[in-house]
Write a protein that binds this ligand. Structure first.
Ligand SMILES: NC(=O)c1ccc[n+]([C@@H]2O[C@H](COP(=O)([O-])OP(=O)(O)OC[C@H]3O[C@@H](n4cnc5c(N)ncnc54)[C@H](O)[C@@H]3O)[C@@H](O)[C@H]2O)c1
Length: 369
């Protein structure tokens, strides 16, 4: 086999990356993020759809292309891959990449169930490759600053975690995102997975939960939709804190993406903090017994990931924070350290998603694996 061992590879000067899946998120996020990283080259592209592949080839000038990921994984001149395909393909493509010794950045949700994600994480550890789960919103400066303040003890004992993601997607068609066998879950995996990861980052692991999922529209523009448009979880964390997480595609009039509500509040024995994705360089906070919340600025050193090549004064900060994710991947490969967040964080979130589905089906509390 054309296998190379990443553990014996010197920290590469020139790192060659292949992209598997050349759709929306690759164009919006992965390609611009990689373009900022010095001595990193996108050398190969793969998309199962020939016209999407051709468009990406013309846009990037990358000449090695294939509609089959197997062709890309065999190449010795590819050191790392980014997997940005529909959810059901993540596990087989990632396992193939790992078997060929490639470092892997994989989109969220990592797979359709926890057993598959666990297999991916264990295989990647055994192979000694770097692995990153694309929980992109961890890279929002205000989220990184909030995690830092909590780690420093400013919150005190965590009491409550609360998140609310409200978007207005109406009944428009969502392609593979509205088909269970391709996406796994709807709003749960698509949007709430990021907020489950926030909860783990800020509070720690969840212990048990009760959840509900609701599908309002069995058709989206005439196409069958068999997935949830809304999800809510009531959770208990291992440290005793409580969690309430809600996410909807049907919050009419709320707009979409960063123009819509993405709210996280955390209450502890010393303070409360409020994070809103749209307010990338601000937090609100209030001290126990104080007069209410005040706004604080995120210090400049948190405006980008330490060492990231991005100029934080350039571009729309609600878009450009995402580019730090590519840097995290590249820097971890070069320094032979674990990526944050790795597949293990992806697995932890997937265990919660599996428990949420089980809870909604059984209409009961479920322990998180
Ligand atoms: N981290 C984030 O914030 C974020 C944001 C958007 C999407 N995503 C995730 O990224 C992934 C892709 O989402 P998208 O919006 O770019 O979807 P998309 O439909 O725009 O693009 C997916 C591409 O993958 C191609 N594809 C399908 N099967 C393939 C295969 N077996 N091999 C190669 N290519 C294949 C499709 O032809 C398509 O071009 C999903 O897992 C999604 O959840 C994450």
């Amino acid at each position: 086999m054309d296998r190379h061992n990443p553990q014996t590879m010197p920290p590469a000067n020139s790192l060659n990356v292949a992209i598997i899946g050349c759709g929306g998120i690759t164009l919006q996020n992965h390609l611009p993020g990689l373009a900022l990283c010095p001595d990193v080259k996108v050398v190969a592209l793969c998309d199962s759809d020939a016209s999407t592949l051709e468009r990406a080839r013309q846009q990037t000038g990358v000449t090695i292309t294939s509609t089959r990921h197997e062709d890309i994984m065999k190449r010795e001149d590819v050191h790392a891959v980014i997997i940005a395909t529909p959810n059901f393909t993540h596990a087989p493509i990632a396992l193939d990449a790992i078997a060929h010794g490639k470092h892997v950045l994989c989109e969220k949700p990592l797979a359709l169930n926890h057993a598959d994600v666990k297999e991916m994480a264990e295989a990647a550890d055994r192979a000694g490759v770097r692995h990153l789960t694309a929980f992109t919103y961890r890279f929002v400066p205000a989220m990184r600053y909030l995690a830092h303040l909590i780690q420093r003890g400013e919150l005190g004992q965590p009491y409550h975690f609360r998140s609310c993601r409200l978007q207005d997607w109406g009944t428009r068609p969502l392609g593979w995102r509205q088909v269970r066998k391709l996406a796994g879950t709807g709003e749960l995996g698509d949007m709430l997975s990021h907020r489950i990861d926030f909860a783990h980052l800020l509070v720690g692991p969840m212990k048990r939960l009760v959840a509900n999922l609701k599908q309002w529209h069995p058709l989206r523009s005439g196409q069958p939709n068999d997935l949830d448009d809304w999800v809510a979880i009531l959770a208990e964390f291992q440290n005793g804190a409580t969690g309430v997480l809600e996410s909807s595609k049907l919050a009419s009039g709320r707009n979409e993406s960063w123009r819509s509500l993405d709210y996280v509040e955390i209450n502890g024995s010393e303070r409360s903090f409020v994070f809103i994705t749209g307010e990338w360089n601000k937090l609100q906070t209030g001290k126990v017994g104080g007069p209410g919340l005040e706004t604080i600025e995120v210090p400049r050193e948190f405006w980008k990931l330490p060492g990231a090549p991005r100029d934080s004064s350039q571009g729309d900060p609600l878009v450009t924070f995402r580019y730090d994710q590519a840097w995290e991947f590249v820097d971890a490969i070069r320094n032979q350290r674990p990526c944050i967040p790795s597949f293990h964080e992806g697995a932890r979130a997937q265990a919660v998603m599996d428990a949420a589905v089980k809870s909604a089906e059984s209409r009961s509390w479920v322990d998180v694996e």
